[in-house]
Design a protein around this ligand. Sequence first.
Ligand code: GCB
Length: 585
Amino acid sequence: MPRDELLNPPSSVNTVLLSNVLLRERRSLAGTWRAIVDPYDSGYISILGTRNDRGWFRDFSPRDQSDRVEYDFDKSLEIQVPGDWNTQHESLHFYEGTVWYRTKFDGVPATDADTKRHFIHFGAVNHTCRVFVDGEELATHVGGFGPFAVEVTGRVGPGEHTLIVQVNNRREPDRIPAMRTDWWNFGGITRSVDLVSTPKTFLRESWLTMNPEGMIVGGATVDGDASTEVTVELPALGAKATVTNGALSITAPDGLELWNPGKPVLHDVRWTCGEDVLEDEVGFRTVEVKGTQIFVNGQNVWLKGIALHGEGPSGGKRAHGPDDASTLLDWAQDLGANFVRLGHYQHDEHIVREADRRGLLAWCELPVYWGIAFGDSDVLANALAQTDELVVRDRSRASVIFWSVANETLPGDDRTSFLGALAARAKELDPTRLTTAALLTLPSNDPVVHVTDELGALIDVVAINQYLGWYYGNRQELPEVEFTTAFSKPIIFSELGAGAKAGHHGSEEEIWTEEFQAAVYKAQIAMIENQSECAGMSPWILKDFRTPLRVLPGIQDGYNRKGLFSEEGQPKLAADVLRAFYQTR
Ligand code: GCB
């Protein structure tokens, strides 16, 4: 193996993509783990530059007084899982590299060990990891935001077991995202870790949604005995379909109440595949584009949105779990939003399920962001794998209406064919939802901005990031600006905004004040109200978020200040401006 691959595994190996893990029998492995920081990867690579078979993943203890073992998990850092490492230890604030994580857990009872299958499921680990159980390397995963599982059947019987995860968040030019992001590169096991048990034959993936024609459609992938019949039922409505591995459809039963933004209706859904039974709550609605408008259940909707990062409501930490999701969506709803853009990568599953329960529409996004190596086929393979993780996890969620394949990428042949492949993959996995991408618009003095990026032809909805009144353009002239595209498709202003430090007041001409930010919002809203092709907006951003790009002392201090709320939830004046506008729509 060339040294490069030891440091930098090229792709995921031996991982499985499972959907609906939250509905399954599972045991959380969350808690206090031990961690060793390893900037030189000496726990894995020997001084000869080869894989060290006696690496730290063996978790050795000295055999006797004279034995030399140069690490000791038991005496190393304590670290909470899930959680990013950067906000847990001051010394890891800027750290990018390898950290070894270790926990010990009880195996499954003898009665389950051979009669069931067992997986360790990770909600997300940023960015690459290797997974070891009892000293043996089982799998590698590449991609910091997608879920994955590692099968451990036959390895986790009664007794204590050791799980070690080598996590590496070093930025690399051939990663997605790559070298530069305007967000913090939070490292670690950032979302849940569970020991999941399933029957021998089980539903590896199953999904149900409504297509634009109003049919209930979905699919099931059986793992184990593939001839096992799968039944999906809506028991309360007496609707049912039986399939083997593959696609399915059900005529919507009479009287099926649809899920609507602001008025969510979720139905009990039961999946049965032999002994495997899963109970979900699913909403049904149609979504489609006609001309330059977006329709949900045949009704034109204007997306009153707000963009979110996956950063929690306090402490500037990577968000995870239901509580973070609830608070962030409380703030979004406080603005009167009916739509959230979950940028710039896949978010925690809880937030999408919570959006379902609240009747919020959602945009889900791949981390294909500035500076991707579009010409590299390994990078494309990883982007496609990340697309699978994004779509497979959430394609039963009524809230989700968009799969966004990229944010602000520079036009070019390699770029367009790469992103076209991702949009096609999303459509293949889920033909019912809309594809989009946030396109970059560059400064211009022309009051008519004509968007011609050829990616627009390959997606359903053209999203435009523009910072008129902040990075460029004159705020006073903003209401005169007109956006048009070459595509006769709906336009969403997927980003706009301005920075302000919460509590910093002054005139509308004084940058970083709440008044300045509010004035930019007013001018932007006046501009957006004049756009005939605009189907909605998701200003940047709900709350201030950590980023190494924003260093201005006393103002930014490591935070992007475009939030409508501070990093601790203090609202700014622009929040009132947006709320007042949304009340009128
Ligand atoms: C953008 C990016 C976003 C940045 C934002 C900003 O265009 O899409 O990731 O954080 O601008 O604040 O400059």
